[in-house]
Write a protein that binds this ligand. Structure first.
Ligand code: DLL
Length: 434
């Protein structure tokens, strides 16, 4: 472990620390951020009245919209002279969401990324091939600083130029790969074209995140890249990568670093806190951040939480692999479907490749879902009736498992756009006015 004392704090001590840090954080935002002073006054709570962790539930939520409304720096709690780094997340509409880090925030982030690497089984002497994008996106620099903090060697590749990535990986003897799960599959494909066999490379661990992926996709990636794939979670509003990660021993949920974050799972409609084990929206309060501390931030990510001890010895709670974002959930003729559920089904089918896209249209008053998925070269050149039988059987499986009817279109290898960052899995044409 990178910081054994804090990673294994007994829960009573961990909770006492959380409360103390929460109280300090509340005083700070009440004094320095007009938005929070107003929000707390409106809720009728003074920071001094929060005397237990359960009191957190009396406090208001923060939404992404609040960050947009105060664009760019309105929610910062530190003076601009103390901000040493600025990142932003692109978002699909309008202006990006802007976050600022003090020197101490960068140190905390580096430590939490170093802890995350160590939890994934990475150590000094490892050569980390970092293909998360460097820039406003937090992935590249977040992983970079964590790797250096751990004392491993980091290769700052960023995304793109995939052929060169394969060459460097081979020639430099990279032992760890960090990128999005979809980009790792693109790399696997390029390696085949370059006649490079992952079985002859030194890669041992892959640390994949920044987008939803299923456990079946994990198996696919582990098989194709010949490494152990670990799920890492984070978001720029809260810090960047390294908010939570799976440990290599269990790979049963992602440890969320509770000495810096307080997680809650809520019902996204009523806002009520849900008991452990129940799926809902993840809400995070940052308790040590200086640049832009956030109170009960609504991540929109859907997961559940467990406080059960883990075999690895860490005492920090675990969140389940994300099912998706509440805003990515498709409602097809009244049935709720997450793209990751369809992904799980597709990945279980022989001959189907891990490249797919979901297209939703409205025909008349009906929602129509089309699943486009690639099949292998051999299968594609097969007789039409075999392809038809396969697409029907996938349609049936999706209907049986998820209760939603769809049309499955098997497409030729390499027809679906590849991604060097976050993959776009859904094209929803219903909002386009047709
Ligand atoms: O994606 C930070 C990051 C970089 C995480 C590298 C992991 C690795 P944003 O661009 O702000 O930050 O996007 C955050 O991505 O709210 C989730 O919806 C999604 N996401 C991130 N990690 C995972 C994951 C980075 N492991 C948003 N599984 C989050 C599913 C994830 N979704």
């Amino acid at each position: 472990m990178f910081n054994e004392e804090f990673e294994t704090l007994p829960r009573p001590a961990l909770e006492a620390l959380q409360l103390k840090r929460l109280q300090t954080m509340l005083e700070r935002i009440y004094a320095n951020v007009p938005f929070y002073k107003n929000a707390l006054d409106k809720a009728g709570v003074k920071p001094g009245q929060i005397t237990s962790l359960a009191d957190l539930q009396r406090l208001p939520f923060t939404y992404k919209q609040d960050m947009r409304d105060s664009y760019p720096y309105g929610l910062f709690a530190a003076k601009m002279e103390d901000i040493v780094r600025i990142h932003a997340s692109s978002g699909t509409t309008g202006k990006p969401t802007v976050v600022g880090y003090t020197r101490k925030d960068i140190e905390t982030w580096s430590e939490l990324m170093a802890r995350s690497f160590a939890a994934a089984g990475v150590h000094r002497g490892d050569i980390i091939h970092n293909s998360y994008g460097y820039g406003l996106f937090t992935g590249g620099l977040g992983a970079h600083y964590g790797a250096e903090r751990l004392g491993a060697s980091v290769i700052p590749m960023s995304g793109g130029n995939t052929k060169k990535q394969i060459m460097i990986m081979k020639d430099f003897g990279s032992t760890v790969l960090t990128c999005t799960p979809s980009y790792s599959l693109f790399m696997a494909e390029s390696a085949v074209e370059e006649d490079v066999d992952f079985r002859n490379l030194s890669l041992r661990v892959g640390i994949f995140g920044a987008e939803p992926w299923s456990d079946s996709m994990r198996k696919e990636i582990e098989g194709k890249l010949n490494l152990s794939a670990i799920d890492i979670y984070g978001l720029s509003e809260i810090m960047g990568p390294g908010v939570a990660i799976e440990c290599q021993q269990a790979k049963q949920g992602l440890h969320i670093w509770e000495d810096h974050f307080i997680p809650e799972i809520i019902d996204p409609i009523t806002g009520e806190v849900l008991p452990p084990g129940t799926k809902g929206e993840l809400v995070i309060t940052t308790i040590t951040k200086e640049g832009i501390p956030l109170l009960r931030y609504r991540t929109r990510d859907i997961t559940s939480i467990t406080f059960e001890p883990c075999v690895c010895g860490r005492t920090h709670a675990r969140i389940a692999r994300m099912s998706g974002r509440s805003d990515d959930m498709l409602i097809i003729r009244g049935v709720n479907v997450f793209p990751s559920q369809i992904e799980s089904i597709l990945m279980g089918i022989e001959g189907v490749e891990p490249h797919y896209v979901l297209i939703v249209e409205r025909k008349g008053n009906l929602d129509v879902l089309e699943v486009q998925v690639e099949v292998g070269e051999n299968l594609f050149s097969d007789e039409v009736k075999h392809l038809q039988a396969l697409s029907h059987s996938i349609e049936k499986e999706i209907k049986d498992m998820l209760g939603v009817s769809c049309k499955v279109r098997l497409v030729e290898p390499k027809t679906i756009a590849r991604s060097e960052g976050k993959a776009k899995r859904v094209i929803d044409n219903r909002t386009m006015g047709n």
